[in-house]
Design a protein around this ligand. Structure first.
Ligand code: HEC
Ligand SMILES: [Cu+2]
Length: 343
């Protein structure tokens, strides 16, 4: 190779390495990694893992054998001056039957558990706890039909128990993916799909919408919070409570006033207003403070981030369906005082 070409190649390699390491960084500084499918934290993800590793090792052996045979043939049977043609095996029945049967057996032994796995991972058990998952550009909404609870962004679930996620989308295709709990599954407008979720232990498991769904697709995070049976029961009963009336004359009361004037077209805060579930709507804010992340998981909750969000949502999430409402700093401050009462 010419020295300049070698230099160029070196530069290209460095740039590629840099691009790969930058691509794995989070742009807005919220932990979105590791999105690791090799670290199962529940029975369904484990089922995938138990299939993945044997297939991986079989594939590795096949790769080494096939590539090895090729490299050996390249050197052993190379054309050299005066060399005779090597013995030809074309038309050797025994060999051809053997190398047809062996791959067929390997493929069948992979295909059978794979097809069984696909149905097992998506057909819920009879006792599974039902949760509806609704995809919106760009956040996930969760409804608990048995408990009449509606929340968003964080899927709170009991640990050690199967959850049956029945999923659909309000707008475009989305894809629900929490790698520690199960594989990916589509959310399809006008159609329902199911996904089984279960965590062995309490914990927080992060995920991501895995289907390109528009401008802020990368900021459509998923997050499951698994709680012990008791914690889950008390979470449910606190979610069923309506919001408290802010004290008269307080800053929160002023914030409620702004909310009623500017926000009720899209947001519910029970008991002050209710936007019908089938209307176009943003996240239900009745228990806004019970979530650690806001705006589809794009921002960690903090006053500073909430100010940023209220001041100009599309600046945080390009294309956001919550518009820049031109709020004054005073309005933002009182809204935050109000929102912080929504535990
Ligand atoms: C035109 C509809 C619309 C209006 C009006 C609107 N919002 Fe939103 N809001 C949304 C949508 C949609 C989202 C979700 C955006 C996303 O995550 O991409 C959202 C998200 C939010 C969130 C984050 C919620 C969460 O749980 O992550 C807050 C807080 C919020 N809005 C507050 C307000 C306040 C306060 C007002 C009134 C000043 C308001 N919104 C007006 C549509 C609206
Ligand atoms: Cu999406």
């Amino acid at each position: 190779m010419l020295p300049t070409r070698r230099k160029k190649l070196g530069r290209l390699l460095v740039l590629t390495a840099l691009a790969i390491s930058l691509a794995s960084c989070s742009i807005i500084g919220i932990p979105d990694s590791p999105l690791n499918s090799l670290d199962p934290q529940g029975p369904f993800a484990e089922r995938i893992d138990n299939l993945f590793w044997p297939v991986f090792w079989v594939a590795t052996v096949v790769f080494v054998l096939v590539e090895g045979a090729m490299v050996v043939s390249l050197f052993l049977f190379r054309d050299r001056p005066g060399r005779k043609e090597p013995r030809q095996i074309h038309g050797n029945n025994k060999l051809e039957i053997m190398w047809t049967i062996i791959p067929a057996v390997i493929l069948a032994s992979i295909a059978i558990p794979t097809v069984r796995g696909i149905t097992d991972l998506t057909e819920c058990g009879a006792d599974a706890y039902p949760i509806q998952v609704i995809g919106h550009q760009w956040w996930f909404e969760y409804r608990y039909p048995q408990e009449e609870v509606v929340t968003g962004t964080e899927l709170v679930m009991p640990a050690g128990r199967e959850v049956c996620a029945t999923m659909t989308s309000e707008d475009v295709l989305h894809n629900f993916w929490i790698p520690a709990l199960n594989g990916k599954r589509y959310l399809v407008p006008g159609q329902e799909t199911q996904l089984r979720l279960e965590a062995f232990e309490p914990g927080t498991f992060i995920g991501q919408c895995a289907e390109f769904c528009g401008l802020s697709h990368s900021l459509m995070r998923a997050r499951a919070v698994a709680l012990t049976e008791d914690e889950f029961a008390s979470w449910v009963s606190s979610q069923q409570e309506p919001a408290a009336q802010p004290a008269e004359g307080s800053e929160a009361a002023a914030g409620l006033e702004v909310f009623l004037n500017r926000c009720t077209q899209c947001h519910t805060v029970d008991p002050f207003n209710v936007v019908a579930l089938d209307e176009f709507s943003g996240p239900d804010l009745t228990h806004f403070m019970s979530r650690d992340t806001i705006a589809g998981g794009a921002l960690e909750y903090s006053r500073e981030n909430l100010t940023r969000w209220l001041a100009n949502p599309p600046e945080v999430k390009p294309g956001s369906y919550m518009p820049d409402l031109g709020l004054t700093q005073e309005e933002i401050d009182s809204l935050i005082a109000f929102l912080e009462t929504l535990e």
